[in-house]
Ligand binder design. Sequence first.
Ligand SMILES: CCCCCCCC(=O)SCCNC(=O)CCNC(=O)[C@H](O)C(C)(C)COP(=O)(O)OP(=O)(O)OC[C@H]1O[C@@H](n2cnc3c(N)ncnc32)[C@H](O)[C@@H]1OP(=O)(O)O
Ligand SMILES: Cc1cc2nc3c(=O)[nH]c(=O)nc-3n(C[C@H](O)[C@H](O)[C@H](O)COP(=O)(O)OP(=O)(O)OC[C@H]3O[C@@H](n4cnc5c(N)ncnc54)[C@H](O)[C@@H]3O)c2cc1C
Length: 596
Amino acid sequence: MYGQIVRDGLVNVTGIEDLGLTSPVLQRTSDAFFKEISPFLLHFGMFVPTIIGQCTPEQQAKWLPLAMDLKIIGTYAQTELGHGTFIRGLETTATYDASTEQFILKTPKLSSYKWWAGGLGKTANHCIVLAQLYTKGVCHGPHPFIVQIRDTETHMPLPGIKVGEIGPKLGFNTADNGFLGFEDFRIPRENLMMKNAQVTKDGTYVKVARHGKLTYGTMVFVRVMLVSDMAYCLAKAVTIAVRYSAVRRQSQPKPDQPEPQVLDYLTQQHKLFICISTAHAMKLTSTWLWNTFTGVLADMRDGNTDTLPELHALSSCLKAISTSDTSALIEQCRFACGGHGYMYSSNLPALYSFATATRTYEGDYTVLLLQTARFLVKSWEQMDEGKPLTPTLAYLEQSRNGSQVSWDDSPEGIVRGFDAVAAGRIGACVKSIRKHINNGMDYEDAWQMTTVQLVGAAEAHCRAVICRVYRDETARLTAGCSPGVKAVLDQLSTLYLLYWALERTGDLLRFSSLSERDIENLQARYEALLLKIRPNAVGLVDAFDFRDEVLMSTLGSYDGRVYERLMEEALKTPLNREPVSDSFHKYIKPMMQGKL
Ligand SMILES: CCCCCCCC(=O)SCCNC(=O)CCNC(=O)[C@H](O)C(C)(C)COP(=O)(O)OP(=O)(O)OC[C@H]1O[C@@H](n2cnc3c(N)ncnc32)[C@H](O)[C@@H]1OP(=O)(O)O
Ligand SMILES: Cc1cc2nc3c(=O)[nH]c(=O)nc-3n(C[C@H](O)[C@H](O)[C@H](O)COP(=O)(O)OP(=O)(O)OC[C@H]3O[C@@H](n4cnc5c(N)ncnc54)[C@H](O)[C@@H]3O)c2cc1C
């Protein structure tokens, strides 16, 4: 299995490398090889970006050509058995020895072992290691180091290195995630990635970057990329589920009628059409976030890190919500396909196991929403002091006078409604924190007592951002479209707004003038819109343009030959090679004869 995966992985990266194709195509072709992920994903997904983001030009000149030409194969080893979220708590140490101009890497105890890095188990021979940097007896916190862990000729682990595979997981089982321990392992001083901080030959620590968190830059980059990856993953799942729902006929609502396509059931449309909308919403939001990210990078190149906190807050909540929505909606696609959706050959289980992992890696859902909440509360307090708000928080101004937003169910009205919910929930958090402090709690305890509300406020802020960006970008992009295309894409963006308005009626009742009658109108509009979208449903998923080789699904292939493909896959199962398994003769027959 591992050998096959590595072969496929190399064909994928070297073949495409030779063709010089860009990453979106690389992603699609990669999907033609793997239902889960490539053992080389971390090499291009984090090892190379970290060299670019954390190395000096001189260090890049040394390491980047080796990495891009696959002369070295890398991964990113930050998480340890004992710590993943709390980076400042990482236990692996890198202590500078000025007498030899080397760092000595140590994993002091079992919980210090690096754990999880993709490709670390058997594939990578180098890795980026986050370790607590000590020099002259002072700890300067986690810093990135490039470390060779295996001999590039023999692939044997170097002396002082303990490395291996962590074992089977819910998914990602083609990624040989690994563990790594160091026993007084020495690396040259130059292997500290020195763009943001340096250690001179005599061991003097020199902070280069003004913002202490630039070390975490790779995580921001990957979080930004993951929003786009989620749109792509969900688009595949809903393509499978909608095509299957057009083929599958089941039940007989009217005695004299043939069994209908299950796609004609309103409940099936309710399950699936939000998935199409959400794939579009996340794709457009990811492009907007990428443009925000590149803008902040440009500012930082000019030495201005003022916009980094807002980017961290945005990338954190959008990564959390996009991965959470995608996991839930891919599972919804599986539910919509009945028993056959549970077949591995449908590819829905693999898509789900991939998506649900993203809810955790690159920053756990709750932890990242609390990061965003930290920024929201700070912004509220700055607003109270009369300071200007950042662009994505401009809506907070409307909450100043405390008046309730009047509800109107136009798309702009619904977007304003979500702004009001976000502003109201952030304000409620600030009030809760202040109440606890007035009752004698210190700030940290008051914050902890409010974290359930803070996670909700961050989700509300994120939903408001997605709704606004989706609506605005749809308006901008459809301006030049034919009336027919514009109408269908407007239907999808309106469906997203109506769906989430109905999901959040409690909040809208609390923070806007929404009434019972308004809710009835929303429900009626939503159901009518499902019926309008139905005739275009298959066309909309065909427009995602996934080849069968990329979908890898018995249920979602373009030709609709579902039952034939299910049977073809079943007959390939090893158990079907012989009519009688030898277990019958070894165990079942003796049991039937009372001889066990
Ligand atoms: C293709 C890719 C496949 C990917 C496979 C998977 C790869 C991985 O999973 S790699 C490992 C990923 N690990 C993580 O994401 C760990 C998540 N944890 C974290 O990000 C941090 O520990 C965190 C922020 C949650 C908490 O850390 P902590 O030191 O307590 O930070 P905290 O005290 O809350 O914040 C300190 C300041 O830094 C800021 N900050 C924190 N993180 C960042 C960041 N990434 N960027 C910018 N600023 C940041 C905070 O906003 C805060 O600013 P301020 O004090 O002005 O409010
Ligand atoms: C498939 C997969 C691939 C991965 N690949 C890599 C990789 O290549 N390289 C790498 O370095 N890492 C990798 N990781 C590790 C991943 O980054 C961590 O698992 C992730 O950051 C979560 O950290 P944790 O496991 O310590 O969870 P924890 O933080 O221990 O989470 C456990 C629970 O504690 C809660 N919690 C933690 N802190 C707080 C808080 N402050 N407030 C409230 N609740 C809190 C969480 O919300 C969660 O409910 C991978 C993980 C997976 C699943």
